[in-house]
Design a protein around this ligand. Structure first.
Ligand SMILES: [Mg+2]
Length: 178
């Protein structure tokens, strides 16, 4: 069984948090380096993301998946492998089984890649990410690059670790997991 660092996308790997065209997302400084370091230490990095803008018709699932492949190539050129995407295209009102903090997409990734969730981590910028981590028995880490910068006082205490961005969080994981 392998270990993973499940990564949120918007506000964790890329910014800005919301766009009308996926091509407007750009990798957050240090995010490629973070994934490269995690991979090197043996961690798989599946991306688990809610894209409710697909259900709302802002962009299509096809457009999103096309763009994600471009992002994967960009990371790959930096020696970093992003798995997935494990995608929920619904709004939170849709009552689907895949919306965070439900564990479904994380369990899918765990099954696909033989991941031991109890020895893994979830990194994200929202309370849903943190609670998804709890739901699968992983340790949750909060980054302050996305929404969390506004809400850290409200839910930061639910995370095992809180820091500025994905690179500092990755270095913390590598320290405590070694
Ligand atoms: Mg996010």
């Amino acid at each position: 069984m392998r270990r993973a660092v499940f990564l949120d996308l918007n506000g964790t790997l890329v910014m800005p948090v919301q766009v009308n065209v996926p091509a407007e997302y750009t990798p957050i400084a240090g995010s490629i380096e973070a994934v490269r370091l995690l991979n090197k230490a043996g961690f798989l990095c599946p991306v688990v993301t809610v894209q409710s803008r697909i259900e709302r018709g802002v962009y299509s699932e096809h457009t999103f998946r096309d763009w994600f492949q471009t992002l994967q190539r960009q990371f790959s050129e930096g020696g970093a492998e992003l798995l997935g995407p494990y995608l929920c295209p619904h709004s939170s009102r849709a009552g689907c089984d895949c919306h965070k903090p439900k564990p479904t997409l994380y369990r899918d990734a765990a099954r696909d890649w033989e991941i031991d969730c109890a020895r893994s981590y979830v990194v994200g910028d929202t309370l849903d990410d943190i609670r998804a981590g709890s739901a699968i028995g992983a340790q949750s880490c909060l980054v302050l690059t996305g929404w969390a910068s506004r809400y850290v006082d409200a839910f930061g205490h639910e995370a095992a670790f809180v820091d500025a961005d994905i690179l500092t969080v990755a270095k913390w994981i590598l320290r405590i997991a070694s």
